[in-house]
Ligand binder design. Structure first.
Ligand SMILES: [Zn+2]
Ligand SMILES: [Zn+2]
Length: 76
């Protein structure tokens, strides 16, 4: 497990969280360790920049992907 994210990705994650004040889109909670969630999947060719990302708290993020991963992967 030594997969490194490209620097642009890390920067985008930080930008989107700062833009939204680390507030989770789903529950409205503010978390210092919020995640940057991709509206367009990176693997589907979505660029990593703050226009295509949203802030989610770790809990909502985990739930989102646990629930959606198998059914919504093409659209999201
Ligand atoms: Zn949340
Ligand atoms: Zn996500």
């Amino acid at each position: 497990m030594s997969k490194k994210r490209p620097p642009g990705h890390v920067k985008a994650q930080k930008e989107v969280k700062e833009r939204e004040g680390y507030m989770c889109l789903r529950c409205g909670g503010v978390y210092k360790d919020a995640h940057g969630h991709h509206l367009l999947y990176y693997s589907e060719g979505g660029p990593a920049n703050y226009h295509t990302m949203a802030t989610k708290c770790p809990e909502c993020h985990r739930k989102y992907h646990a629930k959606k991963a198998n059914i919504d992967i093409i659209r999201f």
